[in-house]
Design a protein around this ligand. Structure first.
Ligand code: PMP
Length: 285
């Protein structure tokens, strides 16, 4: 990803894509003092852009630093990056981190806060799973308690769990992993939230120790508008067997059907297809 033409917004300026580098002693590199956003633009406009900028600011506050830009400034920077990319449909990545400075130990309060934004083309996150349903492994890693880490932050440190889970899943021929939380309840996938269908009603885990995704909230609103009952609750592993359909939601994943989790199979059913299509329409409306 580092060797391509284009421009990346860095600390208020557009820099050449290949020159968008940081020093090796950057605090974030050693201690994960970094937060980020994943956003998608459709027809030249970022879907729920402001919500993403707000979450970025909140994530930074949760891990003890303040991004030195207002929401409006971040919005303007993202628009500039998108325009410079020349792309209509794009993935937009904003990242903010503690840079290199006075401190090289765990504490970083005296190091500058930095920020960058890049945009590139990113097609279907799970490839052809959109049609036939993704196959998920069950991770041995659990989502941590909010008393262990600010689990609602979109912070780099939390993604170590996701990367390890996804590597293990891919080694078994799966597209992703579903993770349980520290109590053993069903939580989410490594970059997406999870939904289940049974008897025409929808069940999704309560987001009390993982990201309450912007796509998740959008899909819940869509379902409720259709008068479909949505139960946000704790879901036990034993219940998986009884669910008929399953899908994932995320900015990158959009709405992706799930065909299998471990030994359990799900049909790519009518409601899953309908919600996936409705979401596609909504983001372009
Ligand atoms: N959980 C995790 C771990 C994620 O990385 C993402 C993607 N940001 C999500 C859920 C879904 O969040 P959103 O719908 O806001 O993209």
């Amino acid at each position: 990803y580092d060797n391509r033409d284009g421009h990346i917004w860095m600390d208020g300026e557009m820099v050449d894509w290949r020159e968008a580098n940081v020093h090796i002693l950057t605090h974030a590199m050693h201690y994960a003092s970094s937060v980020f956003e994943g956003e998608r633009a459709y027809n030249g406009k970022i879907f729920k852009s402001r919500e993403h900028s707000e979450r970025l600011k909140r994530s930074a506050e949760m891990i003890d630093f303040e991004i030195p830009y207002t929401i409006d400034e971040i919005e303007a920077a993202k628009a500039e990056v998108l325009a410079a990319s020349g792309l209509q449909d794009a993935y937009v990545r904003a990242v903010a981190w503690r840079g290199v400075g006075e401190d090289m130990g765990v504490a970083s309060a005296r190091n500058p806060v930095r920020m960058a934004i890049a945009a590139w083309e990113w097609g279907a996150y799970y490839g052809d799973a959109k049609m036939k349903g993704a196959k998920l492994d069950i991770s041995k890693w659990k989502r941590p308690s909010p008393e262990t880490i600010p689990s609602h932050a979109k912070a780099a440190g939390l993604y170590m769990i996701c990367t390890m889970s996804k590597h293990a899943a891919e080694a078994k021929g799966c597209s992703d992993a579903m993770m349980y939380d520290y109590r053993g309840y069903v939580a989410e996938a490594t970059g997406a939230n999870i939904f289940f269908v049974k008897d025409g009603e929808v069940h999704t885990p309560t987001p009390d120790c993982f990201l309450n995704g912007i796509t998740r909230q959008t899909v819940i609103d869509m379902l409720r508008e259709k008068n479909i009952k949505v139960h946000e609750r704790h879901i036990m592993p034993e219940e998986l067997e009884g669910f008929e359909q399953c899908w994932l939601t995320g900015t990158a994943a959009e709405v992706t059907p799930v065909g299998q989790i471990g030994d359990w199979n799900f049909e790519v059913g009518a409601l899953t297809r309908e919600i996936a299509l409705d979401y596609e329409k909504l983001v372009r409306s």
